[in-house]
Design a protein around this ligand. Structure first.
Ligand code: PLP
Length: 834
């Protein structure tokens, strides 16, 4: 076992202080929020543009972490003396040290290891290959898509002496990165999935990108790839010795020229299966059937098939049996509403220790204050003796708040004594659980359903999911974080970020969004009304919260929940002062009107306001002054906007002078952040941009859509020529027959009536279909004459990817804000994250 005192010799650095008690290092820790086994952890204080791990040393030390890798020159807060029992390793580059340590760990094991790279499909190929080979191999693989400079070392750290195969993916975004990953993974086998055409900002050309990716395979025996990707093929020919090239092709000419080992021909392709023939020199051709037909899945499966055909001692009939069991990989963790006010976190694809840890992390981060229940299958491929394994699983549970465990499988059942102290039930297999299943056994709980593929836990999720009305608003939390980071990158150093979560977080549900923002450490939240702030506090949000429209009678509530009011009039100020005389209030925010002419103190009010603040300086702390631009998104009004910013810059110093101390200044909303980068005083207020709408129009492709509104087709009818559809006979009669689909959504769900009669469009099977007739209260109709495959039960997108909010809003003369906030509360929200 690795000891702290071994580190300098192994990975460099100097150690000015040793831990008081040395504990063998089991866990590499990068995130102060993920402490599990503090004493056995080694924390790496990574530093990035938005983040500095050194800041969390005091918190980690309090949590019991005693072993730290820090950067030379970045003194730990308080100096070493503040951590008397801790050991420090001081290095020049913390990330490089993490990688060196992982590379050292990798060298302890001799086993075949796959390195997988390429633009798309890495994670699916990795999961499938692990599934296809795991009957014979004990596989260690990257959890989810841990393929970065940080994720790869953490993945490789999981290797143990019992594993017989490693499968790790490597993703890069800049030249020079692959060599570092290759040193950590030390692959002996390789798969290059494909090369996307997407423009990659980090590379000068696609050739440079492919050459860099190929560097993963510099010391590899065999690389599997498709010779039909010209750039991949060319790079392989240039960078790999002939014996290492194991390509497949769809083109007989390529095969005949000896440039590929396998020739693939598709013999049959129907809606849900593909029959293909693989020819390989000298051997009789084999026919295989894949249980799907879409092109990306077929390509991913072909990479796996090439590996299986080269794998020692695998008969074609056995390969076929394994291929038949392939299933789509759920790339993201979905949170679903379920029966009796339960929520289900659905993670039913695989179940190894690393994946379980990630899923439990996700469970711990869920904001809902409901009791946590874990439904868990046997944990496979840990490489540990079972008694150790289940002891480790049991040790993971308290940190994520699991109080009840339902274990399914012979392994976990046999080790039930490891879970003493929890409420437990055990079943030998999934059918036994389902036979005993009673809906009343589950009520107001948050359930994590985590099972290895072969346990078929999707049947459990189906049993738990309440029959919900077919319309949902899907909120993609990864897209939200992507958008958050886009705006963060635009902030000048030190500028704080307030995020507007008013109006139910622009329709997407304030609680989940606020919780995610708290996790990502934004500085402030803002809501419109005190009630919204109270809800957030009750759900455990501890960030500072500004309330924009505090009612004069809400001061007691504001005080009780520590909500900071915005003061926009003398009347409100006097009410506030009166309340502050009773008992101290949280700090307030002064709203200055510089041109919006809605709420706020005007420039002419500054003398009186200053005098009042001065006279009551001890009574009423002021946190900030803000103003709001009337037309931040319209270049035509830039002169006006700059006038507003100038007025703001004149007013605030006079208030600060009266108060006798400086206060935060903020003026910019989402569009303003993009359009006035030079005017970011101390803080900005991000709103619609977080939710995926780039209101300035200047960066149309920078954001990802966050919300997708979907429903289902209830029925499809053929409408004879000359007939109309719906109320008021408004759906126009035409000269030919039409197919009309009725959708399970109407204006009571928040779908705007103005979309009726051809104004709006929806997506059915990826194609646009126009509305016909009026939008009704609970349903509406679309014309699917041109979408022959449309059927009852099909999913329909009302807005989201492929149907942008801005376009739809323009069609009915409104703005994206209105479409987002109109989605009614009866529409279920589903949250997804990768
Ligand atoms: C809603 C709001 C914002 C955010 O505006 P977006 O255009 O959604 O970015 C900023 N400031 C105030 C005062 C607001 O009310």
């Amino acid at each position: 076992m690795l000891q702290f005192s071994d580190l300098p010799a192994l990975i460099g650095g100097i150690s000015p202080q040793q831990p008081a008690v040395a504990v063998a290092i089991e866990r590499l820790l990068l995130d102060s929020r993920r402490v599990e086994t503090p004493a056995a952890s080694l924390f790496f204080a990574l530093r990035g543009p938005q983040h500095d791990g050194h800041r969390y040393l005091p918190e980690l030390y309090r949590a019991g972490v005693r072993q730290f890798v820090v950067e030379a020159g970045a003194a730990p807060p308080g100096g070493l003396a503040a951590y008397p029992e801790a050991g420090f390793l001081v290095v020049d580059d913390v990330l490089a040290t993490l990688q060196t340590l992982a590379a050292h760990h990798r060298r302890q094991f001799r086993l075949p290891v796959f390195g997988i790279t390429g633009s798309n499909g890495k994670t699916i190929v990795k999961e499938w290959l692990a599934q296809l080979l795991s009957p014979d191999e004990l596989v260690c693989k990257s959890p989810r898509s841990y393929n970065s400079q940080v994720g790869v070392p953490l993945s490789v750290w999981e290797l143990s002496g019992r594993h017989t195969l490693g499968i790790f993916e490597a993703g890069i975004s800049e030249p020079g990165e692959m060599v570092r990953l290759a040193e950590v993974i030390q692959p002996t086998l390789g798969i290059f999935t494909n090369l996307g055409t997407a423009h990659d900002a980090g590379f000068a050309s696609s050739e440079e990108k492919v050459a860099e990716k190929m560097r993963l395979f510099e010391h590899v025996d065999t690389v599997f790839y498709c010779a039909d990707h010209p750039l991949v093929h060319a790079a392989a020919a240039q960078q790999l010795p002939p014996a290492a090239r194991a390509a497949w092709t769809r083109h007989r000419a390529t095969y005949a020229a000896g440039e590929a080992r396998w020739l693939v021909s598709i013999e049959e392709s129907s809606a849900d299966r593909t029959v293909l023939r693989m020819e390989e020199a000298a051997a009789p051709p084999h026919t295989f059937t894949l249980p799907f037909a879409d092109a990306p899945s077929v390509e991913n499966a072909l990479h796996c098939l090439a590996v299986l055909l080269s794998w020692p001692a695998l008969e074609p009939a056995e390969i076929q049996r394994r291929l038949a069991r392939l299933q789509p990989v759920a790339m993201r963790l979905e949170m679903k509403q379920a029966l009796n006010e339960c929520y289900v976190l659905d993670d039913t694809y695989n179940n190894d220790l690393a994946g379980l840890r990630l899923a439990l992390d996700a469970l711990a981060r869920q904001p809902r204050r409901l009791p946590r229940t874990l439904i868990l299958s046997d944990v496979l491929e840990s490489g540990l003796p079972e008694a150790d394994l289940y002891a480790r699983v049991a040790a993971l549970l308290p940190a994520s708040g699991v109080a009840r465990l339902i274990g399914i499988g012979p392994g976990i059942s046999a080790h039930h004594q490891a879970f003493a102290g929890l409420q437990t039930q055990f079943y030998p297999d999934t059918p036994a659980f389902l036979a005993a299943f009673r809906p009343d056994d589950f009520r107001r709980e948050l359930l994590l359903v985590k099972g290895a593929r072969r346990y078929g836990f999707e049947r459990i999720v189906a049993a738990l999911q309440q029959k919900i009305h077919g319309t949902v608003l899907e909120v993609n939390l990864d897209a939200l974080v992507h958008n958050l980071n886009f705006y963060r990158r635009r902030l000048q150093p030190g500028v704080k970020l307030m995020v507007m979560v008013k109006a139910f977080a622009y329709g997407s549900s304030s609680m989940e969004v606020a919780n995610l923002l708290q996790f990502h450490r934004v500085d402030y939240l803002a809501v419109a009304y005190a009630d919204e702030g109270v809800d957030l506090r009750r759900q455990g949000i501890s960030l500072p919260i500004m309330v924009m429209n505090p009612a004069p009678d809400s001061f007691d509530t504001l005080r009780q929940y520590h909500l900071e009011p915005e003061i926009y009039s003398f009347e409100l100020l006097h009410a506030c002062l009166a309340a502050a005389r009773q008992a101290p209030l949280p700090p307030v925010h002064l709203k200055l009107d510089t041109g919006m002419r809605r709420l706020g103190f005007g420039e002419e009010d500054v003398p009186e306001l200053g005098a009042l603040l001065h006279a009551n300086a001890a009574l009423l702390p002021v946190a900030s002054a803000l103003t709001h631009l009337a037309s931040a998104d319209e270049p035509g009004h830039d002169a006006f906007s700059r006038g507003q910013l100038a007025a703001f810059a004149r007013m605030v110093p006079r208030l600060e002078y009266a108060l006798g101390y400086p206060i935060l200044r903020h003026a910019l909303n989402s569009a303003g952040i993009v359009r006035f980068p030079e005017a970011q005083p101390d803080m900005v207020r991000l709103g619609i941009g977080l939710y995926g709408v780039e209101a300035s129009g200047q960066e149309p492709d920078a954001l990802r859509p966050v919300s997708t509104l979907r429903t289902t087709i209830s029925q499809v009818k053929t409408l004879p020529a000359g007939h109309t559809v719906g109320y008021g006979r408004r759906g126009e009669a035409t000269a030919h027959d039409r197919r009309i689909a009725t959708l399970a959504i109407g204006y009571a769900d928040g779908y705007d009536r103005r979309f009726g009669n051809g104004v709006g469009e929806v997506l059915v099977r990826g194609q646009r279909a126009p509305l016909v007739g009026n939008v009704c209260m609970d349903m509406c109709m679309v014309d699917v004459t041109n979408i022959a495959a449309a059927r009852a039960g099909d999913e329909v997108v009302l807005f989201g990817e492929g149907l942008p909010l801005i376009e739809l809003a323009t069609r009915i003369g409104t703005i994206a804000y209105e479409l987002l906030t109109n989605v009614s509360e009866r529409v279920k929200r589903i949250f997804v994250a990768e």
